[in-house]
Every structure is written in structure tokens, then in C-alpha cells.
Design a protein. Structure first.
Length: 466
């Protein structure tokens, strides 16, 4: 703000009188002058007034020609979080009929003041009429049709231009990205031979509700969080920004649930790739090319869905193994898929995750298990005492019970999947009855399997590599 000196008062008086004259000239002009001349003079006068001010104004239009201006969209969602007591007009918009989310937008004419690093930034939503590039006429009034162009005006003191452009704008963009990720409705894409179809994805599974070993859960979450932050790293080493997870374990141990939890955690869409739908590499290539950024490419039950090269075949082509994409019968192989992905995605720069699931790790193509192919191998085990506690807390909001000791003892001894435990927990709302039911199942299983060697449990640590 300028201090009030006599000089400045004079300056203000001049500005006021220019403004008054501007109004007069405008009134006269609209009567006497053709509209283009009127626009010309009012622009000149506005320019004169602005040149007296210490403000800088940035205009951000909604569209650049026919192309969306993402800065406008970002500022719009950022400013919707800046409503305060003096906000008078907002708009509400709900696109999905059965969702609980709605969008809040600031209405036309509304001003928002935002403080950033101690600097006042004044935003105003506005619009102007402009002529479309293809001229059309409104025949009733014999006037050319005009188009409403929405824009945002950002006003601040000139001396903060650098902060505005180098810090504030990037800040608005990054805030908008976070907001968007928070309200984004996730999609689940499935494929036929040629294309992806999507439905909204509302899977309740989260890391919190997953019955998983605490350490493993932490490890997976940290791995994901680190991956999404490493854009610059992948760029520097010239690799596609992708990470691969191989989930293996018996049916009902939560492989699909973990993928859903990952998607919910990262707010990524899922592309559930059904390889058996595909007849050729070119179909695979075209589908992979359509997988968007910030997504999980999921291939379930990989032991069933693809034919691997025979060992013979592999021996012959050992040196070119990396380039082999089809097995003898023309079906795609997973190594081939990974090669495709590297080639296709390394040029697009966005972050993507690949998850393969299988019930039988031993049946997999050894090429796929080589270090570096899938970054993390995650063993999904039978239910553990910790997993059991998570499930009871999910279904009955219970963190202790007299039967816990006996149940946990049995869970250590017999193989029961989290899915089976979940099923017992869901049978009734009465926690006592549900736990009794689970205890019965465990006892029966123990009697049945008495004497049989126990299979799956011990491999967990030796098979988990990164
Ligand atoms: N680890 C787990 N934590 C929480 N819930 C689980 C877990 N494992 C299984 N469940 C429950 O069991 C159901 C089936 O699990 P899910 O489909 O994730 O298993 P899966 O390992 O993918 O099985 P499949 O190999 O048959 O595909 C889930 O809907 C979930 O309710
Ligand atoms: Mg599954």
C-alpha cells in the first residue's frame, strides 16, 4: 500500500476523475460509436488506469482455444478449499447419481483472498463475451453470437511477480493434484480383445482392514509411498517409472484384496488384464498403450492365463530370451509382456504399477522370477494370530475376548485362510457366537489334519525378496 501523501492524494484524485470521465465516455461511446470502437476505447482507458496501479494482474482463461487450460482447473479446485466468512456465492455440482461426493465451485463475480508466504493474492472469478472462431448469427436479433469465456483474475503487488510465478503457481498446481487424488472416483477397467471398459471401483479393502503380517504391511506401504515420490530418480536413470509386485499364496489369502488396498491407498485405477481374451501380441500392445498414468495393471492367476515357453524352446533362444514374446502356440508370455511394458511406458513418464497374482509360485516361468523382473515378491500366507485380530476388529470391533487365547493357539497349528476366518466372522452379528463357530472349525480341522505335514507357512521369509 502507498502511504497517503499530498502527492498521492492528487494522484488518486486524478485517477478518480479519469475513472469518472471513463464512465461518461463509455455512456457516450455506447450511443455513438460502433461496438468495436467502443471496446477499443474502454480497453485503452482500463489500461491507463491499470498503469497507475502497483498491481500486477494475471489472467487465466478456462480454455486456450478448444483446449482445456489445466491451470484454470487447478486454481478452481484449489480455491474451492479457500471459502471463508466473506464468500457470498458458491456453486455445487454432482456428477455421479449414487455417490456421496459433490463438487464445490466458486461462483461468478466472487473474490477470494489467499495469503501465501505473507503475500496477499486476490482471485476473482469472471467471464467475458468473445467471438467464437467460427462466426454464427443469432437471427432474431441480427447480431453475431458471442461465447462466454470464463476466466480467473489474480491480482497482487507487482514486486511479488517472481514469488507468484515461481512459487505460488506451482503450489496451487500441487495442492490441486492432492485434492483431485482425494476426491477421485477410482475406476476398474476390464478388457476384451480390443478395448478397455470401465466401471466405478468402490472396494472397501484398505491396508487397515488387511489381515497381514504387521512388518510386511508396513514394508509394502513404504515401498509404494517411496515409488510414487521417485519420478526424478526414474527419469535420471532412464527407466520406465513402474514397479512390479508378485503376490502369491493359496486361494482366499487376500491377493485380490491387497490389490484393492493398494489402489485405495494410492488412489490409482486398476486395469484388470484378462490375457486369455487376447489372441496376439499386437492386441496386447494396443491395450497396454491405452493404460493411463497412476494406475495398477493387474494380471490375476498368471499360472493359468498364459502358456510359457517350453524349456526346449528357451534353451534354443537363450541369448534372445528377452525378445521372445510369444510361445510356440502364439500366446503371449509374461516376460514378453514385461518387455512390451518397458518399451511402451518408458517414453510416457507416468507412474504405473504391475501386479501379478498366482496360487503357485513354483509353476512360474523362471525368467519372471529373476531379480529385477518383479521388484517385490509378496507371500500371502494362511491366517496368523495378528491377522485374526485384524479380522475380528473389522467385523466385530473387538480387541479382546476370552476365546482369543485358544483360537490363536489353534491358528498357529492349522492352515486356515483369512477368507475362511472372515466368513465365520460374518455369519452372525453376535461376536461370542462367531468366535465359537470359528473355534469349532479350527478344532475340526486340527483333528482332520492330525499327522499330516503342514505345508505353506515356513517359506514366508526365504521367498520374500525385493
Ligand atoms: N488378508 C486378508 N485380509 C482381510 N481380508 C481377507 C484377507 N484374505 C481374504 N480376505 C477376505 O476373503 C475374501 C477373499 O479374498 P481374496 O479374494 O482377496 O483372496 P485371493 O487371495 O485373491 O483368492 P484367489 O486366489 O481365490 O483369487 C475377501 O473379500 C476378504 O473379505
Ligand atoms: Mg483373487
Amino acid at each position: 500500500m502507498l502511504p497517503m501523501t499530498t502527492n498521492n492524494s492528487a494522484l488518486l484524485a486524478t485517477a478518480a476523475s479519469i475513472a469518472a470521465s471513463a464512465v461518461l465516455i463509455r455512456t457516450l461511446a455506447s450511443d455513438l460509436l460502433p461496438s468495436s470502437a467502443e471496446e477499443y476505447f474502454s480497453e485503452k482507458i482500463a489500461y491507463m488506469l491499470e498503469s497507475l496501479s502497483s498491481d500486477l494482474i494475471i489472467t487465466i482463461e478456462e480454455f486456450d482455444g478448444a483446449i482445456t487450460n489445466h491451470m484454470y482447473k487447478a486454481a478452481e479446485s484449489y480455491l474451492a478449499t479457500k471459502l471463508n466468512k466473506s464468500t457470498r456465492r458458491i456453486r455445487i455440482n454432482k456428477q455421479e447419481e449414487d455417490s456421496d461426493n459433490f463438487e464445490v465451485k466458486i461462483d461468478h463475480g466472487q473474490e477470494i483472498v489467499d495469503l501465501f508466504e505473507g503475500i496477499k493474492f486476490r482471485w476473482r472469478f469472471s467471464s467475458k463475451n468473445s467471438k467464437p472462431s467460427i462466426q454464427t448469427y443469432n437471427h432474431r436479433h441480427m447480431k453475431p453470437n458471442t461465447m462466454e469465456t470464463k476466466f480467473l483474475e489474480l491480482k497482487f503487488n507487482k514486486k511479488h511477480k517472481d514469488t507468484a510465478l515461481k512459487s505460488y503457481m506451482p503450489f496451487v498446481l500441487s495442492q490441486a493434484k492432492t485434492i483431485k487424488a482425494g476426491i477421485k472416483t477410482l475406476k476398474l477397467y476390464t478388457n476384451d480383445q480390443y478395448s478397455w471398459e470401465s466401471v466405478n471401483f468402490h472396494h472397501p479393502s484398505t491396508f487397515e482392514t488387511m489381515a497381514l503380517d504387521v512388518e510386511l504391511k508396513k514394508e509394502v506401504m513404504q515401498d509404494l509411498a517411496r515409488f510414487v515420490k521417485r519420478k526424478e530418480y526414474y527419469k535420471r536413470v532412464g527407466k520406465a517409472w513402474k514397479r512390479g509386485y508378485l503376490l502369491y499364496g493359496p486361494p482366499g489369502t487376500g491377493k485380490s484384496s491387497l490389490v484393492a488396498a493398494m489402489a485405495n491407498f494410492l488412489r490409482f485405477d486398476i486395469y484388470d488384464l484378462e490375457l486369455t481374451e487376447l489372441k496376439s501380441n499386437s492386441e496386447l500392445r494396443s491395450l497396454l498403450a491405452k493404460v493411463a498414468n497412476r494406475s495398477i495393471l493387474l494380471v490375476e492367476d498368471i499360472d493359468c492365463s498364459v502358456n510359457f515357453e517350453s524349456r526346449e524352446n528357451k534353451k534354443q533362444s537363450q541369448n534372445q530370451e528377452e525378445s521372445v514374446t510369444e510361445s510356440d502356440d502364439g500366446k503371449v508370455t509374461l516376460s514378453g509382456l514385461l518387455n512390451f511394458v518397458d518399451g511402451l511406458w518408458s517414453s510416457c513418464g507416468g507412474e504405473r504399477i504391475i501386479v501379478f497374482t498366482t496360487n503357485y509360485k513354483d509353476k512360474l516361468d523362471p525368467a519372471l522370477l529373476r531379480p529385477g523382473r518383479m521388484d517385490m515378491h509378496i507371500h500371502m500366507s494362511y491366517c496368523t494370530p495378528t491377522g485374526f485380530r485384524v479380522l475380528v476388529s473389522n467385523y466385530h470391533a473387538l480387541d479382546d475376548h476370552q476365546l482369543f487365547g485358544e483360537i490363536e493357539g489353534l491358528i498357529k497349528e492349522v492352515d486356515i485362510t483369512p477368507a475362511e476366518v472372515a466368513e465365520e466372522m460374518m455369519k452372525t452379528d453376535d461376536a461370542d457366537v462367531a468366535l465359537q463357530g470359528l473355534l469349532k472349525v479350527l478344532k475340526e480341522r486340527k483333528n482332520k489334519t492330525a499327522g499330516e505335514p503342514k505345508g505353506d507357512e515356513t517359506e514366508e521369509d526365504e521367498n520374500k525378496d525385493h
